[in-house]
Design a protein. Structure first.
Lengths: 111, 111
DNA sequence: AAACCATGTTAGAAAACCTCACACATTTGT
DNA sequence: ACAAATGTGTGAGGTTTTCTAACATGGTTT
């Protein structure tokens, strides 16, 4: 159901590749994680794994920092943006719920 | 011009992740490369780097092998398919060329 | 039977990654 | 003004991941 998330969000990129892709140092990348701006997954052995979405986010973060914004502030922005996104999601789902109630299949096998 | 290739084709995945993604052994993955079925890039240090497209291809290869097709045969199939694809590309480009000749901007700045 | 196929396994070495800690020049907060 | 926090570099020491090369093996071809 909905869209089964794709390449962009799969966490499959190791930190060295992220370094090459972004131009940031590994130190920076790890530091932004410490400041809770980015959340890689871990391999069983403990290596970090990032997605393309993470890579893009890192670039945005780096840009803001270059503009003098501190990690603390960036984090707040992100939380605000995410909260708004959640609200929007809820609204969308409610509307979808109304539609289903009116026209959706009731308890039927989903296709 | 045309479409600037995306996530699916970027070679950013190391062999361990490919192993986890496909369920194949590293031995198998390297062997299919030896048989010229797959072409990872290399990091400066020599580590293999695969794309999502590669991952999907690997799964297809593995399926065929399970069906008793040998690498040699798979390679031939792939070459055939690729050749056809190239021909199709040429045709498409020729047609595009005709259209440009008739209606395209001549030597102008491309917007 | 000899050659080839597909895969496992092992060994040793190199590359990549991890955490921790110290340093340092700049801000920022009180 | 000064203590605290920021952002980043660097180095040490340790673990994980990857690499190549080789040998082994049970099935297929030729």
């Amino acid at each position: 159901m909905a869209n089964d998330f794709s390449y962009k969000d799969k966490k499959v990129i190791t930190i060295g590749i992220v370094r090459d892709l972004t131009g940031l140092s590994e130190r920076q990348i790890r530091y932004y994680e410490e400041r809770k701006l980015i959340f890689p997954e871990r391999s069983s052995g403990g290596s970090r794994k990032y997605s393309f979405a993470d890579v893009e986010l890192l670039v945005e973060i780096a840009n803001k920092i270059e503009d003098g914004v501190q990690t603390h502030e960036i984090r707040k922005e992100m939380l605000r943006a995410q909260k708004k996104q959640n609200q929007d999601d809820v609204r969308r789902k409610m509307i979808q719920g109304q539609l289903n109630a009116q026209f959706g299949l009731r308890k039927g096998p989903s296709s």
